[in-house]
Design a protein around this ligand. Structure first.
Ligand code: NAD
Length: 269
């Protein structure tokens, strides 16, 4: 079978580079195009050289249509304003679209899901790591069994991250809410400041730390009357997200068009 031709969106970014290295290391995948927003300093540079590999002759373009014309699949770790219209384009062309972008609003997610229903083959995940997705399923189980315990989620990321709480923290919050059969939107406490009063029972709290070059630390605390359970995940290298994205791409290539998550890829549903 011919290699799947992959275009990398946000090729000048940190995850863009990690995805380009992962494509080079994955049998069955071939880097076909790379693009970034117009005005990005990466435009015109050789995509693989920028990712620390040997030259491939694939320049980073700011013409998304040219990039998509050369591709069977797109890997997209960019920004919500880029991923939402890109999902429409990939669906219209029947391309695979792997989305790792975080910070999407509810409306953004509705629009991306709708593209999945219009012929797209989309996998979107707030975190593509295997360990983290296993953690989410443990959190769901623990939140259900320890129904009276207070759930608090702490995350730390590097000082250039622009959204908070992280997509992964929200994903863990969704897992806890699913275990309790409640809606996260109605029960989450995203900020505490000043005289907050006592903790409201049944809420799911978030705390955000930012600093240095931390790739992604997440801890879910389930605090009971005389004991505390802490479930943690530490990302040590961006390659783990990129490798998960490659796994998702290879998996969805043999699925029907639609919208999928990492739970589908890993058989955790
Ligand atoms: P980054 O800022 O290093 O890279 C983002 C890239 O996207 C930049 O090169 C930027 O120019 C580009 N971009 C922005 N708008 C664009 C557009 N319209 N078209 C094409 N390219 C565009 O950020 P990063 O650390 O690589 O993270 C990118 C995203 O991936 C963030 O949302 C981050 O939270 C998310 N992320 C997700 C996972 C996961 O497993 N799902 C893991 C790590 C990071």
């Amino acid at each position: 079978m011919a290699d799947i031709r992959v275009a990398v969106a946000g090729a000048g970014g940190r995850m863009g580079a990690a995805n380009i290295r992962a494509i080079a290391a994955t049998p069955g995948l071939k880097l076909a195009a790379a693009f970034d927003r117009s005005g990005s300093p990466s435009i015109g540079k050789d995509a693989t050289v920028l990712a620390g590999l040997e030259a491939s002759g694939v320049p980073i373009t700011d013409d998304v249509d040219v990039a998509l014309a050369a591709a069977d699949a797109v890997i997209d770790f960019t920004a919500p304003a880029a991923s939402v219209p890109l999902a429409e384009k990939t669906a219209a062309k029947g391309l695979i679209h792997i989305i790792g972008t975080t910070g999407c609003s509810i409306e953004d997610d509705v629009a991306i899901r709708a593209s999945g229903a219009k012929g797209g083959r989309i996998v979107k995940a707030g975190n593509f790591s295997l360990g983290l997705n296993i953690l989410a399923s443990l959190v769901k189980q623990a939140a259900a069994k320890l129904a009276e315990f207070d759930v608090e989620i702490i995350e730390m990321h590097h000082n250039r991250k622009v959204d908070a709480p992280s997509g992964t923290a929200l994903m863990l919050g969704e897992a806890a809410a699913a275990g309790r059969e409640i809606s996260l939107a109605d029960h989450s406490v995203r900020v505490r400041d000043g005289i907050t009063g006592p903790r409201v029972a049944g809420t799911i709290g978030f705390a955000t730390l930012r600093g240095g070059t931390v790739i992604g630390d997440h801890t879910v605390i389930l605090a009971g009357p005389s004991e505390r359970l802490e479930l943690s995940h530490i990302a040590q290298d961006r390659s783990l997200f990129a490798n998960g994205a490659m796994k998702a791409l290879l998996w969805v290539a043999s699925q029907q068009p639609g919208f999928y998550t990492m739970n589908d890829v890993l058989g955790l549903n």
